[in-house]
Design a protein around this ligand. Structure first.
Ligand SMILES: Cc1cc2nc3c(=O)[nH]c(=O)nc-3n(C[C@H](O)[C@H](O)[C@H](O)COP(=O)(O)O)c2cc1C
Length: 396
């Protein structure tokens, strides 16, 4: 009799993600790294993504700006003008040359910005006029941190312009050679500022009841799928994460509301989105749990399982995964794919390391958002002949 474990799915089992044939289930999570000087991806980005590419592996780029009002970090790449589109080609080609599939994450930070990042020094835009609380600080271009300023709530007609920015950015991404795009609807940025009732205080059809708060996200999803096809579109949400004050009175219900709408859209289009990407609340970004009062492991697992069983398509789970937790999630069917963030920063060959169960380099938090094209970016060591090339240089 065959060993039942032979049929058990692991991180290294192949997976068919819509039209993409993946050779394993470890995804590079989208991560802002601030190395695209003046918004233009350069050779450093090509090296970084190429290092993390594997044949049949899936990469999601760092958050990439859909318009000049979108930034809230220094030196984040954009995809709204020709120079940026041209520059991305080199990065995409480098990933493709290694056989990887690469999606561009489309990003607008909304109120998580500062006048210094805005055209003409204007106030950042949002669903609301309320600023992010003093609990959080924004990283300024000179490396210092400052309070978030008061944003300006978008007028209704302006919301349509932002939707159009996403549509154009998606088309640009395809022109740059990307296999698809991910809509960043997570972590307290613009789309999440509409989704969450702890932020969205609008009284028009974009605020109030859950269907209104989902409206902006769904208009973006519809515009982008109409432009480039659902099979090239992923959506990221984090209903249970309160990064940048993105709280909701019913994260479970909010997640389900988004999923219901995505399911319906898929039926209407007769085509599935590429995936839904959900960040787990246990993710900690600044050495603290972002969801102030984290649920127990069981509560979190339950939340994810409900969303998993409700979404009719590929689910990527992210946040605090180790090799063991990733293996478990895939084996138990809690996720089809698992995305890795910080471990992928410090281990460019993370897939190989997990495969052979090798020790890992530690990441250096202080170089997450610095500008050096090499240090803390492309200089993390690879395994050599199945063992470490040298002792990890990095420290937590
Ligand atoms: C340096 C850094 C930058 C990040 N930037 C983004 C981003 O641009 N877009 C996004 O959706 N998530 C971003 N994240 C969140 C990651 O995609 C991921 O969900 C998170 O790190 C949890 O996964 P991990 O525990 O494997 O690191 C970032 C995380 C880190 C550490």
């Amino acid at each position: 009799m065959a060993d039942s474990r032979e049929n058990e799915k692991t991180l290294f089992s192949p997976y068919k993600m819509g039209k993409f044939d993946l050779s394993h289930r470890m995804v590079l999570a989208p991560m802002t790294r601030c190395r695209a000087l003046n918004g233009i991806p350069g050779p450093a980005l090509a090296t970084y993504y190429e290092q993390r590419s594997t044949p049949g592996g899936f990469l999601i780029t760092e958050g990439t700006l859909v318009s000049p009002t979108a930034p809230g970090f220094p030196h984040v790449p954009g995809i709204y003008n020709e120079e940026q589109v041209e520059a991305w080609k080199m990065v995409v080609d480098a990933a493709h040359a290694k056989g990887a599939i690469i999606f561009c994450q489309l990003w607008h930070v909304g109120r998580a910005s500062h006048q210094v990042y805005q055209p003409g020094g204007a106030a950042p835009i949002s669903s609301t006029n309320k600023p992010i609380s003093s609990r959080w600080r924004i990283l300024m271009p000179d490396g210092s941190y400052a309070p978030y300023p008061k944003p300006r709530a978008l007028e209704k007609y302006e919301i349509q312009e932002v939707v159009e920015d996403y549509r154009r950015a998606a088309l640009n991404a395809i022109r740059a050679g990307f296999d698809g795009i991910e809509i960043h609807g997570a972590h307290g940025y613009l789309i999440d500022q509409f989704l969450k009732d702890g932020i969205n205080d609008r009284t028009d059809e974009y605020g109030g009841p859950i269907e209104n708060r989902c409206r902006f996200l769904m208009q973006v999803v519809q515009a982008v799928t109409a432009a480039i096809g659902a099979e090239r579109v992923g959506v990221r949400i984090s209903p249970a994460i309160d990064h940048l004050d993105a709280t909701d009175s019913d994260p479970h219900g909010l997640g389900l509301a988004v999923i219901e709408r995505l399911n319906k859209l898929q039926v209407k289009l007769g085509e599935k989105l590429t995936y839904l990407h959900v960040t787990q609340p246990r993710y900690t970004a600044y050495g603290q749990t972002e969801s102030g009062r984290p649920g127990t492991e069981d509560e979190e697992a339950q939340l994810l399982r409900t969303w998993r069983s409700s979404y009719q398509g590929t689910l990527i789970s992210s946040g605090g995964f180790t090799r063991e937790l990733g293996m478990q999630a895939v084996a138990q069917g809690d996720a089809d794919l698992v995305s890795y963030g910080r471990l992928f920063i410090s281990n460019p060959d993370l897939v190989l390391r997990f495969k052979v169960n090798a020790p890992l380099n530690k990441y250096i938090r202080k170089t997450f958002y610095t500008q050096d094209p090499v240090v803390g970016y492309t200089d993390y060591p690879f395994l050599k002949n199945g063992s470490e090339s040298h002792k990890p240089l990095s420290r937590l």
